[in-house]
Design a binder for this molecule. Structure first.
Ligand code: SF4
Ligand code: SF4
Length: 162
């Protein structure tokens, strides 16, 4: 009985010690959504398609991202570039480029497989939506590339500056 009481008091003191220690540490919680967390640069969030310095789409429609995707959620249909009005710097470009963001497991294999750094996963994590259809990100959605952490972006790339 005495030993049990002693153990109880000891554990109480240990617990209170933890409480007092945390009273003087900086809180790890943030007031989301008013305050948005700055994610690490290598965080794998929403996909984007890059453009090159001339404004052309970097994607050359090679489908390597699609082939390497473990869950088959990228759909690419390529087409020949018109030499007079090329869409991309290569011979071909992605006429259709879609990602099913609900099926995606955000592994980053597509980014690794891309030979021209066209598809990237960035630190945008606000992907919640009420409508499942909005999770099919088309090329038009993916080509909207906001500056990291300077925009609030929804699933379709609609952005508002923060
Ligand atoms: S992150 Fe992974 S699962 Fe998602 S599209 Fe890329 S390869 Fe597929
Ligand atoms: S994103 Fe990259 S890997 Fe995928 S089709 Fe375009 S160029 Fe090829």
């Amino acid at each position: 009985m005495i030993a049990q009481t002693f153990d109880g008091v000891k554990n109480l003191i240990i617990g209170l010690g933890v409480t007092f220690k945390n009273l003087f540490t900086t809180p790890v919680t943030i007031s989301y959504p008013e305050v948005k967390r700055i994610m690490p640069e290598r965080y794998r969030g929403r996909h984007f398609l890059n453009r090159d310095e001339n404004g052309l789409e970097k994607c050359i429609g090679c489908s390597l991202c699609s082939i390497n995707c473990p869950v088959g959620c990228i759909h690419v249909v390529s087409a020949e570039n018109d030499p007079e009005r090329p869409v991309s710097p290569g011979e071909r470009y992605a006429e259709i480029y879609e990602i099913n963001l609900l099926r995606c497991i955000y592994c980053g294999y597509c980014e690794e497989a891309c030979p021209v750094d066209a598809v990237v996963l960035r630190e945008h994590y606000e992907l919640a939506d009420y409508d499942r259809d909005t999770y099919i990100a088309t090329k038009g959605d993916l080509l909207v590339y906001p500056e990291p952490n300077k925009f609030k972006v929804n699933i379709l790339g609609n952005t508002t500056r923060i």
